[in-house]
Design a protein around this ligand. Structure first.
Ligand SMILES: [Zn+2]
Length: 481
């Protein structure tokens, strides 16, 4: 909304392709005659041999249309060959220079009957020399105040992407382009695929929506997590390996060719492949937590999986990347009181919530332990804020069968068509609220170099050391055990 208003108000000034503003971090005023240079990128046009300068409002325009700077000074800027963003540097005597990475995201605007395509670079609050930067994230304290970020925490939203990386990009990658925001949790996946097993956009969208709906709060007051899935490279037919076996050495041959190492600290990597280990395993994560995972539904009855199976498996394997186990907080699979796509009972069909089938979600309930018998009339009980009303929303699938009743009551656990006050059941531990227990560090693999020392230990690193590479067995599913 803010962006649209800005465009509407400024349309008279904006005729170019990439524009932005430079403001003084201390005063908030526009910085006049700051120099904005293309450090890495291609420029075509007549005015490419000099940098842009800001006007007295702090605005600069790399003008592809020749309207603002005159037709003799057009500049059309694109990423250099092999790069995914343009590297810019903003400088002015008396200030610390600022480098940022911008992947143009052109918005179409019409002004005076002419059509323009413009892309807004991040606002740069330039820090006067000597400005303190308490958290060492390269953004001075006064600039952090203007961005709304915490000057004493390099990762205000605790997603392992530093405030600076979420505003300015990092290592040649513009994660702001993919929706990163320093005040809202963001997770990024690059997904590459074999042509025959390219995931359905509807499956990706289902998982993206599940994260958007997550019961997780953010510093900006919103709830949910921004999940960006960059469906990127089709693996060429020459590089398709129909059976990743052994998984990770074969996987790495593809990853090394198709996943740019500059993204290592920022993006998880997923491969939609055919088969692994010569069998019909649905997928595998490279540990819990981890950076990489495979979805391998090639030999399933619907080759590549149905949309539902793709969504459930993507969410399940990525859940392992985020630290979730088959029992949430334990490795026991098929626990009757754990309602999550991490449980094989729900990976493929999804959860049924309020009668809606096919819901892909992690557990948002806390359910007490179940002993060796259960009262079918009473079913489960919650703790830590989970109410009977919450439980009543959920159907229960156990041993591959949907049971009548709900997680709250009248649950026909032994599926015999009647209710009893005591039936035997496999005991299960108390289940966790998954969303409050996911880790963003990917076992120490996710996290950029602008995170301060305090953030290095805040989220996931120590846990990762305690439990590396556990998930070496593939994810079997009930249908294929
Ligand atoms: Zn699994």
């Amino acid at each position: 909304m803010k962006k649209l208003l800005f465009l509407a108000a400024s349309a008279a000034l904006i005729n170019g392709c990439i524009y932005g503003t430079v403001q003084d971090a201390n005063t908030g005023s526009g910085v006049y005659q700051a120099k904005v240079s293309v450090i890495k990128g291609n420029c075509s046009g007549n005015g490419c041999n000099f940098p842009e300068g800001t006007d007295n409002s702090g605005m600069y325009v790399f003008d592809a249309y020749g309207d603002t700077n005159g037709s003799a000074n057009t500049k059309f800027i694109t990423p250099a060959s092999g790069e995914e963003a343009v590297t810019f540097r903003v400088s002015k005597p008396g200030y610390q220079s600022r480098t940022f990475y911008h992947k143009p995201d052109y918005q179409k605007i019409t002004y005076s009957g002419k059509t323009y395509y413009v892309s807004d670079a991040p606002v740069v609050y330039l820090c006067p020399y000597g400005s303190p930067d308490s958290d060492g994230d390269t953004i001075c304290n006064s600039a952090e105040t203007r961005y709304g970020t915490d000057p004493y925490d390099s990762d205000t939203d605790d997603d392992r992407l530093s405030d600076a990386a979420e505003i300015f990009g990092y290592n040649g990658v513009d994660i702001r382009y993919y929706g990163a925001d320093p005040l809202r949790k963001t997770v990024l996946i690059e997904a590459d695929y074999y042509q025959a097993f390219k995931p359905d956009q509807a499956a990706l969208d289902q998982v993206i929506q599940a994260f958007a709906d997550a019961p997780v709060s953010n510093p900006d007051g919103s709830t949910g997590i921004t999940l960006a899935i960059h469906l990127d490279d089709k693996v060429s037919s020459a590089d398709v390996d129909p059976d990743l076996n052994p998984v990770w050495s074969d996987f790495d041959i593809i990853k090394n060719k198709y996943f740019e190492s500059r993204r290592d600290d920022l993006f998880h990597y997923a491969l939609f492949a055919d088969q692994i280990l010569g069998a019909t395993y649905s997928g595998i994560s490279r540990g819990i937590p981890a950076h990489d995972f495979v979805v391998s539904l090639g030999a399933w009855p619907t080759p590549g999986g149905t949309t539902q199976q793709q969504a459930g498996t993507l969410m399940h394997e990525f859940g392992h990347n985020l630290g979730l186990k088959h029992g949430g907080n334990d490795h026991i699979n098929n626990e009757i009181n754990y309602l999550s796509v991490m449980n094989y009972n729900y990976q493929m069909p999804g959860l049924t919530v309020n009668g809606n089938a096919g819901v892909v979600d992690f557990s948002r309930l806390r359910i007490n332990a179940v002993g060796s018998t259960i009262n079918e009339y009473a079913a489960f009980s919650g703790y830590g804020g989970t109410t009977e009303a919450d439980l009543a929303d959920y159907s229960v699938r156990y041993g591959g069968v949907w049971l009548s009743g709900t997680a709250s009551s009248n649950l026909d656990v032994n599926n015999n068509g009647s209710l009893q006050s005591s039936v035997p059941v496999t005991a299960a531990n108390a289940s966790q609220h998954d969303w409050e227990n996911i880790t963003f560090a990917g076992g120490g693999t996710i996290g950029d170099g602008w995170l301060g020392a305090s953030a290095m230990f805040a989220n996931g690193i120590l846990q990762a050391q305690a439990e590396p590479e556990y998930m070496v067995q593939p994810c079997l599913t009930p249908e294929h055990q």
